[in-house]
Design a protein around this ligand. Structure first.
Ligand SMILES: Nc1nc2c(c(=O)[nH]1)N[C@@H](CN(C=O)c1ccc(C(=O)N[C@@H](CCC(=O)O)C(=O)O)cc1)CN2
Length: 300
């Protein structure tokens, strides 16, 4: 039987609708409008697209959107000043600094200068520690989106064998923590893992987040397993015409879909969930800041 395609685009639309509903309640019952500030340093083309999309979707769900676009040579001191002002702005409940940053800026220092309660990316060391110890935190958006899709597909994840391929701070490590929190047996695999194919073959859930185009072939996948593809790799596609490109994930879609029970496509899988979860995190941060109940089902 062919794999079920987990439609991240449609799922993200339902998350945004839930966010919009909660935003309306916050405005009507409490006169509060959640506010999200996005900071972009430099002109990376992909980052510009993502930041534009974040601003547009923030407004669409009824929240306040603020964008700070700084030039590529911005000094660390100037960037930290922007963040400090946002930390102290009562109308801003969420702050995100788009990554990657230009090389001269210290990413850890910048992220850790965001007030942890406004860190809607969940990258601040305090949030990392809280998540790692099973306490209430802000949860990184991409892994949160993956978790939502997995819970929706499986119901309970308890006792399932999960392999996360990739050990980044943004996806691999928090994804593993979230799966552990849902009582999976978790393995984090990476470029030095021995017998990677055999490790992956044991998994009921495979999350591929290595950033290597189509690295996981179908014969690594256990029949019926769920495959979550976090990779977004742009490749040349001469077959589509001169100068054309295509997006592929970290798994070889056709061969994996032939064996898996369920799979996320690229594009239209995990990617759209990243921004939907950013909006969800902003509402959550706003509720926490105002001592109000958080929306159900939008956090880990
Ligand atoms: N501060 C952050 N920086 C970055 C993050 C992040 O979560 N926080 N993640 C990525 C980029 N990203 C959001 O910022 C992001 C990536 C991809 C998508 C998406 O919807 N992708 C589409 C395809 C888009 C295309 O055509 O290129 C899809 O997969 O369907 C949304 C957000 C790095 N930086």
């Amino acid at each position: 039987m062919p794999a079920k395609i987990i439609d991240g685009k449609a799922f993200a639309a339902t998350v945004r609708a839930q966010v919009a509903e909660h935003v309306t309640k916050l405005k009507d019952a409490h006169g509060i409008t959640p506010g999200l500030a996005v900071v972009l340093v430099g002109e990376d083309p992909a980052s510009q697209v993502y930041v534009r999309s974040k601003g547009k979707q923030t407004v669409e769900v009824g929240m306040k959107s603020v964008e700070h676009k700084l030039d590529a040579e911005t000094s660390e001191a100037d960037l930290l000043k922007v963040i400090d002002d946002l930390n102290n702005d009562p109308e801003i409940h969420g702050i995100l600094v788009q990554l990657p940053l230009p090389k001269h800026l210290d990413e850890d220092l910048v992220i850790n200068s965001i007030a942890p309660e406004k860190d809607v990316d969940g990258f601040h060391i305090s949030n990392v520690g809280l998540l790692g110890t099973g306490q209430k935190s802000m949860v990184p958006c991409t892994p949160l989106g993956c978790l939502m899709m997995l819970r929706d597909h499986h119901g309970s994840l308890s006792g399932l064998d999960a392999v996360v391929i990739g050990r980044s701070n943004i996806v691999g490590k928090p994804m593993a923590q979230l799966l552990l929190g849902d009582s999976c047996t978790v393995t984090i695999a990476h470029s030095r893992t021995k017998d990677l194919a055999d490790v992956v073959r044991r998994a009921d859930i495979v999350v591929a987040a290595v950033g290597r185009p189509e690295m996981v072939p179908g014969d690594w996948i256990k029949p019926g397993a769920t495959v979550i593809d976090v990779g977004i790799n742009r490749l040349d596609a001469p077959e589509k015409g001169d100068g054309k490109t295509k997006l592929v994930g970290d798994v070889h879609y056709e061969s994996c879909a032939a064996v898996a029970g369920a799979i996320t496509p690229v594009p239209g899988g995990v990617g759209p969930m990243t921004i939907a979860c950013l909006l969800a995190n902003t509402v959550t941060a706003c509720c926490r800041a105002n001592g109000l109940p958080e929306p159900e089902g939008l956090t880990a």
